[in-house]
Design a protein around this ligand. Structure first.
Ligand code: NAD
Length: 310
């Protein structure tokens, strides 16, 4: 049966996700879109003139859609979309609506929104469902969704089917908030692997070694990682990695810094020991403010430590 779906936030990720979604929903379905950027909305309806409709606020998305996805940058934007007193989603009745937030945000905002939704409409459901896989994964519908529910959740089959239109792997992470937790833990780890790989390769390079040979050793030794094999921070080692193309494309350093900071906060709140948090946070914060690294792929940490100066 046709579905009325809302999509809020048509940026680098949301735009391709929404595009893929509307082409795969059942015949007669409609996408109700909202973004603070008029330009993004206009570009979207130009491509999908008969299947999408621009809304002038989150509230008007809620008036039209029964399933609503959000893909905005940070917690503050999620709060505004949901909780704004004039135009937020919660200014409209949300009875039995399915609300899915795919943004990578702090778990506190997410649990506040969950509570607000529950208090507002007991029959509505809200899920955290952040993604991994980048803009390419969004375009090719190969994203991984980390879903804040258990496999036994009565909405899981519906969520699995719907998110499966935009992704390849849907992991139910156990309960509310754990989707976000999984995403933050993953990016904490990935950020440090990238930095460790950059530093280790730099040691070899400074000692006169060929970085490609070093990467070949890593690939079949204990330093092996996806970062090393596919996203190597050293230019010229992996031909199609961003590092080999001036660090263009990939995952922006500012986003990695944001996620790393959120992970460190979550770790502190949980009382977890983190020997590397301080160094990682300092490095990613400084690099994301540095004009020679800003706006580039996060593996530009190799440049930040002076690696490509020789
Ligand atoms: P983006 O900045 O490209 O897009 C965000 C969009 O949200 C923009 O179009 C912006 O206009 C819109 N927006 C901002 N505030 C809004 C509001 N109040 N109401 C409606 N729309 C609003 O960001 P992105 O790269 O698409 O990332 C979105 C989220 O996905 C972030 O949390 C990011 O960490 C996460 N993420 C990004 C990637 C990636 O590779 N870019 C990968 C995985 C996860």
């Amino acid at each position: 049966a046709p579905l009325n779906v809302g999509f809020i936030g048509l940026g680098a990720m949301g735009f391709p996700m929404a595009s893929v979604l509307i082409t795969k929903l059942p015949q007669g379905s409609k996408l109700f879109i909202y973004d603070v950027s008029q330009d993004a909305l206009q570009r979207f309806v130009k491509i999908h003139p008969t299947t999408s409709e621009i809304c002038d606020s989150p509230r008007s998305v809620a008036e039209n859609a029964t399933i609503i996805l959000t893909m905005v940058p940070e917690g503050a934007h999620v709060r505004s979309v949901y909780l704004d007193q004039h135009n937020g989603l919660l200014t409209h009745a949300l009875e039995s609506k399915l609300l899915i937030d795919c943004s990578t945000i702090d778990s506190e905002t997410s649990s506040n929104v969950l509570e607000a939704v529950r208090a507002h409409s007991p029959t509505a459901s809200f899920y955290d469902a952040p993604v991994s896989g980048g803009t390419l994964g969004a375009e090719k519908a190969t994203l991984t969704f980390m879903l804040g529910c258990s496999e036994q959740d009565d909405k899981f089959p519906l969520l699995n089917g719907l998110l499966g239109l935009m992704g390849k792997t849907i992991v139910p992470c156990g309960g509310p908030g754990f989707g976000l937790m999984a995403k933050l833990c993953n990016n904490y780890c990935s950020a440090l692997i990238a930095l460790a790989t950059a530093e280790a390769m730099n040691i070899g390079i400074h000692s006169g070694m060929d970085p490609r040979l070093l990467a070949r050793v890593f690939a079949s030794s204990t330093a092996q990682s996806t970062i090393c094999d596919k996203w190597n921070p050293v230019p010229g080692v992996v031909a199609d990695a961003p590092s080999s193309h001036g660090y263009q494309g990939g995952f922006k350093i500012q986003l990695m810094k944001k996620d790393f900071g959120l992970a460190v906060e979550a770790g502190k709140r949980a009382g977890a020991t983190m020997l590397l948090a301080e160094a990682g946070l300092k490095g990613y914060t400084e690099a994301s403010q540095d004009p020679k690294c800003r706006d580039l792929d996060s593996r530009v940490m190799f440049r930040y430590i002076g690696g490509d100066e020789q």
